[in-house]
Design a protein around this ligand. Structure first.
Ligand SMILES: *[C@@H]1O[C@H](CO)[C@@H](O)[C@H](O)[C@H]1NC(C)=O
Length: 114
């Protein structure tokens, strides 16, 4: 059975991990270096194509309007971007908000698109 001392030991191990995760979320956002930065554009293009695939849409990336990024504790970069995209079927363009996680190993995750 776990006694208080064990519980404290577990907490002592967990607290730095929790601090890391919270630190990740509260990390400072900085403006992207440029809307035409190849790394930024690659993430914006990924966001549009991942959204198309997921939602069966036909949006085509046009350009990055603005955005911010932050580096997570694990070294992954989070991008919060406003991306202009054109609907291939209706010919209309809109600005979309998107959040992408760019992993150190090159993988990317679409976190949000709206
Ligand atoms: C980026 O940060 C600026 C300053 O906080 C903010 O005004 C802007 O809305 C942010 N842009 C995005 C896409 O989150």
């Amino acid at each position: 059975m776990m006694c208080h001392r064990d519980l404290l030991a577990v907490l002592a191990l967990l607290l730095p991990l929790i601090a890391l995760v919270v630190g990740n979320i509260n990390a400072e956002w900085k403006p992207i270096p440029s809307t035409t930065d190849p790394g930024v554009v690659a993430n914006a293009q990924f966001a549009v194509s991942a959204y198309d695939k997921k939602e069966g849409k036909h949006l085509v990336f046009v350009n990055v309007v603005e955005g911010n990024y932050t580096r997570g504790a694990s070294g992954n970069i989070y991008y919060q971007l406003i991306v202009k995209a054109k609907d291939d079927r209706f010919g209309t363009s809109n600005n979309y908000n998107t959040v992408v996680r760019d992993y150190l190993d090159g993988r990317k995750d679409l976190i949000g698109f709206w």
